[in-house]
Design a protein around this ligand. Structure first.
Ligand code: ZN
Length: 87
């Protein structure tokens, strides 16, 4: 992955989970399990998983550490696992 993560992830054309089409101005959010952009319906399902809380807590720690070197804005990248964003 490159610094272009924002463009690549935020402008994905499909939900990585259910394959629903995502328009550029439609909100999407990153999965804490695999960092793929997913639709808000799939996020609700993800949040209902019994290990979601633990996984998201672990994700944010490793996300900040791992992406610091890869991305100019690791905070933004990690933040989008919890807050919907647009292309
Ligand atoms: Zn979906």
């Amino acid at each position: 992955m490159t610094e272009k993560w924002q463009e690549k992830l935020s402008c994905a054309l499909h939900c990585a989970r259910c394959d629903t089409k995502l328009k550029p101005d439609e909100q999407r959010i990153l999965s804490v399990y695999d960092h793929n952009p997913i639709c808000l319906t799939c996020k609700k399902e993800e949040e209902a998983r019994p290990d979601y809380e633990e996984t998201s807590r672990n994700m944010i720690g490793s996300c900040m550490a791992e992406t610091e070197l890869l991305y100019s804005d690791p905070g933004g990248y990690c933040y989008f696992h919890f807050y919907p964003f647009k292309c």
